[in-house]
Design a protein around this ligand. Structure first.
Ligand code: KIV
Length: 271
């Protein structure tokens, strides 16, 4: 860990050491300064500025509409709230699939303009050239395989991926290709637990799962989902640590009642 402001910062090397030592890696998404500050102070290892911001922050149905400028805005807000965690920024749909030159300039914009520490790209061998070019510029890359939401129109559904032998074999090959290219970690989303554990055992870099079982090196969840802010999203893999939707609703109802009744503000709450 490098030391700055007396805080031991999490680096990609720390994550590798954690895998080597059998310590689980913790990761949550974050999209804004205030939430990032709380998550960082709680001691999370990695904050992912996910393109799920497209859904949870902007209300889009998919992750496809979010732009590079919007991702940079979210990422720079998160970076300002973080002292310790590694901040990984999703490269949005359309910013890296065209060609490797475009991919590199998008990654450079993210690093320069947001202050993030690494980027994440969805896909395997089909985007290897882009990944390699980004890595040669000294930018750490996290891979993402399995259910890759930027390809939702190809998949047609958000069901579990790689249940079939061919797709499972392809996923293992892709994971090995990402490792050989120099990715520092890979997210595996919504695949059978047995397959995810096999990947984690067969590659040396950390594997972070979401809906991929317990046999991997770490876990990631979307922060709004685990806090229960989103009360209409309850997939099997999600553990809700709170029911913030209900708690917030109750606070808003009480505020509305207090204002309407004239109870707020009282004498102590005015000048
Ligand atoms: O965008 C995101 O939140 C993600 C996680 C689900 C891994 O990619």
């Amino acid at each position: 860990m490098s030391v700055h402001n007396n805080v031991k910062k999490v680096t990609t090397h720390v994550l590798q050491e954690m895998k080597n030592a059998g310590e689980k890696i913790t990761m949550l998404t974050g999209y804004d300064y205030t939430m990032a500050r709380i998550i960082d102070r709680a001691g999370i290892d990695v904050i992912l500025v996910g393109d799920s911001a497209s859904n949870v922050m902007a209300g889009h149905e998919t992750t496809l509409p979010i732009t590079l400028n919007e991702m940079i805005y979210h990422a720079s807000s998160v970076v300002r709230g973080v002292d310790r965690a590694l901040v990984v920024v999703d490269m949005p749909f359309g910013s890296y699939q065209g060609n490797s030159k475009e991919a590199l300039s998008s990654a450079i914009r993210i690093m320069k303009e947001s202050g993030g520490h690494a980027v994440k790209l969805e896909g395997g061998q089909e985007i290897l050239e882009s990944i390699t070019r980004i890595l040669t510029a000294g930018i750490p890359v996290m891979g993402h395989l399995g259910l890759t939401p930027q390809s939702i129109y190809k998949f047609g559904t958000y069901v579990v991926r790689a249940r079939e032998k061919n797709e499972a074999e392809q996923l293992i090959e892709d994971a090995k290709a990402l490792e050989a290219a120099g990715c520092f970690a890979i997210v595996l989303e919504k695949i059978p637990a047995e397959l995810a554990a096999k990947v984690a055992a067969e590659v040396t870099i950390p594997i972070i799962g979401i809906g991929a079982g317990s046999g991997v090196d770490g876990q990631v969840l979307v922060v709004h989902d685990m806090l229960g802010i989103n009360n209409d999203f309850s997939p099997r893999f999600l553990r809700k640590y709170h029911n913030l939707f209900e708690e917030m609703m109750d606070s808003f109802h009480r505020y509305i009642d207090d204002v309407r009744s004239g109870d707020f503000p009282n004498k102590e709450e005015q000048y």
